[in-house]
Write a protein that binds this ligand. Structure first.
Ligand SMILES: Nc1ncnc2c1ncn2[C@@H]1O[C@H](COP(=O)(O)OP(=O)(O)O)[C@@H](O)[C@H]1O
Ligand SMILES: Cc1cn([C@H]2C[C@H](O)[C@@H](COP(=O)(O)OP(=O)(O)O)O2)c(=O)[nH]c1=O
Length: 209
């Protein structure tokens, strides 16, 4: 008789926030925090996370294009990411972390870019109707703080060069989404020190363990 062992499904955690909010700073902490609790962690990102997705990322971050083309390519990258990384990881019992997911498409392509919200929702339903994150950490800072942090640090890509009102619309949409999905999205005040921010992240993660 063949015995089938089915792994307990893992979890899916996403990181969101406007550029410069502090997501990347804290992903390593989350990896270590979960690994120390015995979890196998897969850390990935969007756009990207697969060979094809990383090629799409290059185009998305550097080429100007119609906002709907941008959304379609974001979801093309997402479809591949779900097929190759997210779904197999969760099925194995891993904890899959993604630096951005569909909330970013609502914030950037719809609220800031002007694309019809229903079209983003239609793409989300098509690409991952039944798969939404178990937890989304939303790193929230005022636009001016994010801008100062970015300016101090790096060469800016296509999105990072956008003006303050673009990021205000992104931030407002993220906060609106957090209000709509309070069980999934935890708002992390990222204006505080890195240690204080970590404590808030740890508290949010404890709820999933
Ligand atoms: N709590 C914080 N206090 C001060 N600076 C921070 C804090 N969090 C992040 N930073 C700095 O802000 C910059 C942008 O952070 P980063 O994590 O790259 O943002 P994101 O990935 O959200 O674009 C980095 O230089 C980082 O060191
Ligand atoms: C996933 C996703 C990202 N983006 C944008 C937001 C970011 O400006 C950019 C790349 O995200 P990010 O990985 O946060 O950039 P960085 O590594 O430079 O911090 O892609 C969208 O516009 N829509 C999306 O659906």
């Amino acid at each position: 008789m063949t015995q089938q062992t089915t792994a307990v499904p893992g979890k899916f955690i996403t990181f969101e926030g406007i550029d410069g909010a502090g997501k990347s700073t804290h992903i390593g902490f989350v990896v270590d925090f979960l690994a120390a609790r015995g979890k196998t962690v897969v850390s990935s990102r969007e756009p990207g996370g697969t060979r094809l997705g990383e090629q799409l990322r290059e185009l998305l971050l550097h080429e100007k294009m119609h906002v709907e083309t941008e959304a379609l390519l974001m979801f093309a990258s997402r479809r591949e990411h779900l097929a190759q990384v997210i779904e197999p990881g969760i099925e194995r019992g891993d904890w899959v972390l993604s630096d951005r997911f569909t909330d970013a498409s609502f914030a950037y392509q719809s609220a800031a870019g002007g694309m019809d919200r229903d079209k983003i929702m239609a793409l989300a339903q098509w690409v991952h109707a039944r798969r939404w994150p178990d937890l989304t950490l939303l790193f929230d800072v005022p636009v001016e703080v994010a801008r100062q942090r970015l300016d101090a640090e790096r060469t800016l890509d296509k999105f990072e060069q956008e003006k303050a009102d673009f990021f205000s619309r992104c931030r407002n949409e993220y906060l609106r989404l957090a209000g709509e999905h309070p069980g999934r999205i935890v708002v992390i005040d990222s204006t505080r020190s890195i240690d204080e921010t970590r404590a808030a992240i740890a508290a949010a993660l404890e709820r999933l363990l």
